[in-house]
Design a binder for this molecule. Structure first.
Ligand SMILES: [Zn+2]
Length: 306
């Protein structure tokens, strides 16, 4: 069985009409997974509820975010919503949903470490742009970085790698982990593109960062050598005990927010690369805004894990 950690409550984070990061993204993925020929092999797992675990979650979030920022998100949401930045509207439920998303990513870490096999965290809002003291780029809390620090508390986990294949650079994730020798961050992302970070000459404080900027129009013909020549050797040398994938699917050719030209099945190939490294993989959803290619790509990812 392949766990997919999901709750309908993730649909309650409302971003308004015409915003690309919308609840329908998850609905499309859920429908595609339920229609897959191997749908019976999915174990739908609800995330641990926030209620009753709020202090524990807050203590994990506070490891990467300033308390003042966490309170800002809480107050803005509970006053009815507003904007964290021009791209990042939140609604009344968004703080609670973002907390639940963090809970789901932590559940993903627990599940993968307990079983030794992959899990997919199907949550929103995404997280990789969120910085220590500000939300941006549709992101509220840095799910992947929070999950990485949480994983390091487990006996037996000494090193965690984050692979970010979202088409945008995870500026927040890199910033939050690059000074920690126990966490590696590597990203393939379109350049130039939002948010304008992630240069190839950034290596982190411990040679623990690898950025591979990709030119607009890149296809698998360029991604494959990037994986085989750079990403895989970097991850193999780091030897992580756990791999977290910031799984964004906006590098698809049909995606409206970027200009990379991958096909959904290419994400199955990326997944095979990851599985060559370890079976202990937490996949967590980041971007991906064209609903058909987004859902086909998640299907391609999970299919390889079965
Ligand atoms: Zn993205």
């Amino acid at each position: 069985m392949l766990p997919v950690i999901y709750s309908d409550d993730f649909l309650l984070h409302k971003t308004g009409m015409l915003h690309p990061e919308r609840p329908e993204r998850l609905t499309a993925i859920v429908n595609a997974l339920k229609a897959a020929p191997w749908a019976a092999q999915i174990e739908w797992q609800l995330p641990t509820p926030v209620s009753g675990h709020e202090q524990k979650l807050l203590s994990e979030i506070k490891k990467v975010h300033a308390l003042g920022y966490i309170r800002e998100v809480e107050h803005l949401a509970h006053r009815g919503g507003g904007y964290l930045d021009g791209d990042t509207p939140i609604s009344a439920e968004s703080y609670d949903v973002a907390m639940l998303a963090v809970s789901a990513w932590l559940d993903g870490v627990d599940r993968v470490w307990d079983t030794g096999s992959p899990a997919f965290v199907l949550a929103r809002p995404p997280g990789h742009h969120a910085e220590k003291d500000r939300g941006m780029g549709f992101c509220l809390f840095s799910n992947a970085a929070i999950a990485a620090y949480y994983a390091l508390k487990k006996p037996g986990i000494k090193k965690v790698a984050i692979l970010d294949w979202d088409v945008h650079h995870g500026n927040g994730t890199q910033d939050l982990v690059e000074n920690n020798a126990q966490i590696a961050y590597c990203s393939l992302h379109q350049s130039p593109c939002y948010p304008g970070t992630g240069y190839g000459d950034e290596f982190g404080s411990h040679n623990n960062v690898l950025n591979i900027p990709m030119s607009p129009g890149s296809t698998m013909g360029l991604y494959k050598p990037a994986f085989e020549g750079y990403i895989m050797p970097f991850l193999q040398q780091f030897q992580p005990d756990l791999l977290i994938v910031s799984a964004g699917y906006d590098a698809n050719a049909d995606d409206p927010l970027a200009s990379i030209a991958l096909q959904p099945e290419d994400y199955g190939v990326f997944t095979e690369y990851c599985l060559q490294l370890t079976s202990k993989i937490v996949f967590g959803l980041e971007g991906g805004y064209d609903l058909p290619s987004l859902s086909e790509s998640v299907v391609a990812t999970l299919e390889k894990c079965l």
